[in-house]
Design a protein around this ligand. Sequence first.
Ligand code: PLP
Length: 350
Amino acid sequence: MKYPVLSINLRKIRENARQLLKMCKESGISVSLVSKVLAGDRKTIGDIAGLGFSQLADSRIENLIAFSDINLPKVLLRLPMPSEAEAVVRHADISLNSEIEVIKLLDKEAAKQNKTHGIILIFDLGDLREGIFFRDDYLEEVSEILKLKNIRLLGIGTNLTCYGGIIPTYENLSELIKIKNRIEREFSIKFEIISGGNSSSLHLLPNIPPGINNLRIGEALFLGRETAYGKILPGLHQDCFELAAELIEVKTKPSYPIGIMGMDSFGRVPEIKDRGLMKRGILAIGKQDAALEDLTPLDENVLILGGSSDHLLVQLNGDFRPGDTLRFAVNYPGLLRIMTSKYVKKEYLE
Ligand SMILES: Cc1ncc(COP(=O)(O)O)c(C=O)c1O
């Protein structure tokens, strides 16, 4: 079986990686390669890991295990589940944390495994996902962390534009620097890592608050755009990935369903416009593999109508027949789902 297939253009991803690393280096910023969208794809990550990234970061331990032979420090991006402390210490060198109880569990595990586990303490600057809320007191927690023998507090960080859509600005990232300065002064320590966010922080470069020395980058690397405003990054490719699926039916039929309308296969009442007769195609790919709104046809004669778990329905203008393949661009959530689907094959272009 050949289709559906995702083409992964390794050359373009390499070029993106080099350009991003250069852009960040010019501002004194190291880049953690965020691999989560590739769902553990060893080949693609192995191809770029050696280009100058400071760490390899993923939200899931299973993916870090898939990359265990890659020679970069491994970072767990999602706050550890207390129940996975053993695996976190075993498979990640560093994890992002915000809960003292969990950090103590990691310390215990690290002692058992005769290791030192690095942590980056995360502060929530207003996006309201993970992190110690920036207006709360944090010195007590830091003081407790510093007492732990098998934990090394490497630095602090933040994550924005994930839940609340809050854009990193000079002002809000300066709050992180204030926190850094206060902790360093209070405890006479010097942090190694001040991690100023993800692809949504890139729009600030080169005018990012001094002191920020790391970003954790996924989407910009793979899709060539920053994520605060969705602007393309100069010199980066936006088309490193392309999905191809195969037509299994092509027929001229009405555009509006006939009969009493209830729910579709996903339990929703369809909203369909009557546009008369149309040439309709069915592709052998469905919502199990990708949310249809995350796909954009690359042929202007193709329009997505809808779909169900295993079928994607399109309107076709022109000459198409079963067995023809149609190509689609994918956005970041689309790529994540496609990479996760065991039914979509992968093809690597060198
Ligand atoms: C904590 C954390 N840091 C960094 C990233 C990377 O984000 P982006 O893909 O927007 O660069 C993510 C999300 O993937 C994340 O959850």
